[in-house]
Design a protein around this ligand. Structure first.
Ligand SMILES: CC(C)(COP(=O)(O)OP(=O)(O)OC[C@H]1O[C@@H](n2cnc3c(N)ncnc32)[C@H](O)[C@@H]1OP(=O)(O)O)[C@@H](O)C(=O)NCCC(=O)NCCS
Length: 339
């Protein structure tokens, strides 16, 4: 169903696939038939039963590397949408900007920077500016973060945040991408450890070790990653994780960590290899981000065949003034960095 755009107003397509977790196991086609779509009143919005991935069949098909975050989120939506994401585009079927965001009802806490994560990809900077500035695309009253791989994403956030008097913080990372994880070598496991996936009972440990963790919101976020997204870990003889890597709602790999006394045994290399293959088999791009000063992780990525991309990864944190928001700016110890 399509509404004509109001004169001079950007047309906005909203594809809402509100599927419940239990449908994750259903075949994709069946899930798509059952997708609930909504026409939201009071705005110039269009609901569509079009599978979300079709947004990339037009001018900017994946594997355009700048689209991977949005593509990964859309992939998650089409796999059952366990974290209730939705997609906005400026126009349809030709679009110039696409933004993913959590559905309003899942962001019950205005200061939850973890859950409140948006991803964006634009083909036209002006269209991105117009969407971000328009009423209803972004809730500027909340603390939120926008992820993008294009310099303009930050420029526009900065421009609008300044005009609104909102505090902004940006962290830039290197972006890594593996063009063909199926070509990665087979792994030979160390017999002293056992391969597993993470369990929700490990969330406290991950939260303790994650550079961006250490609070209740981050613990909940990590528990949600563990519950809904692929992860791998190595357990010691007592069944405790010694090395792990999870994945995010936008399909990127991380956070990853090896306990200090278990480092340099090739554990993260193995897990990185295995998770990249798992994500690839599910149709996700295999990619992630690494702090610019994290030489060990960069070396590890490159040894594994991941390629550093020309695009930096922008983490843009928005904190409504004058509220004091938790800072996510990393201050890594030498040789380590937040995933
Ligand atoms: C980075 C980290 C995950 C590596 O874990 P690991 O299990 O020790 O990694 P591996 O043993 O598989 O190491 C693979 C390669 O990484 C490099 N490497 C790992 N630790 C290193 C160190 N302390 N110094 C230099 N190089 C190191 C090496 O190139 C190594 O290969 P090589 O020994 O064959 O040359 C671990 O140091 C860690 O948890 N750091 C803190 C959190 C972090 O940085 N996470 C990743 C964020 S993106």
């Amino acid at each position: 169903m399509r509404l004509p755009p109001a004169p001079g107003q950007a047309q906005t397509l909203l594809m809402v696939h509100s599927l419940r977790d239990k449908r994750l196991e259903q075949p994709l086609r069946e899930r798509e038939r059952e997708s609930e779509t909504q026409l939201l009143p009071g705005r110039d919005l269009i609901a569509s039963r079009t599978p979300c991935l079709s947004i990339f069949t037009g001018a900017a098909p994946y594997p355009g590397r700048e689209t991977v975050q949005v593509y990964g989120t859309v992939k998650t939506i089409n796999r059952g949408n366990p974290t209730a994401q939705e997609v906005l585009v400026d126009s349809w079927p030709e679009f110039k900007v696409v933004l993913t965001r959590p559905r309003r009802e899942v962001v019950s806490d205005d200061s939850d920077l973890y859950t409140n994560t948006y991803t964006v990809y634009y083909q036209d900077l002006g269209a991105y500016h117009a969407m971000l500035g328009s009423a209803g695309a972004v809730n500027w009253g909340q603390n939120f973060r926008i992820l993008g791989l294009q310099d303009g994403v930050y420029e526009v956030c900065k421009d609008i945040a300044e005009a609104k008097g909102i505090k902004l913080e940006v962290v830039r990372y290197f972006t890594y991408f593996h063009p063909d994880p199926s070509s990665m070598p087979e792994i030979r496991l160390d017999p002293t450890v056992r391969l597993s996936s993470l369990d929700v009972s490990h969330a406290d440990l991950l939260n303790e070790m994650w550079q961006l963790g250490g609070n209740e919101k981050s613990r909940k976020y990590l528990a949600s990653l563990i519950r809904h997204f692929p992860s791998v870990c190595l357990l010691d003889a007592a069944g405790h994780p010694v090395s792990w890597i999870a994945s995010y709602p936008f399909g990127a790999m991380g956070p990853g960590y090896t306990l200090p006394q278990h480092r340099r045994r090739g554990y993260m290399g193995m897990l990185n290899n295995l998770l990249a293959k798992q994500l690839h088999a599910l149709g996700y791009p295999s990619y992630g981000y690494v702090a610019m000063e994290n030489d060990p992780m960069q070396r590890l990525q490159e040894t594994q065949g991941f390629q550093r991309q020309p695009n930096l990864w922008y983490f843009i944190l928005h904190n409504p003034a004058p509220a004091k928001a938790p800072t996510l700016t990393p201050s890594p110890a030498p040789g380590t960095a937040p995933p």
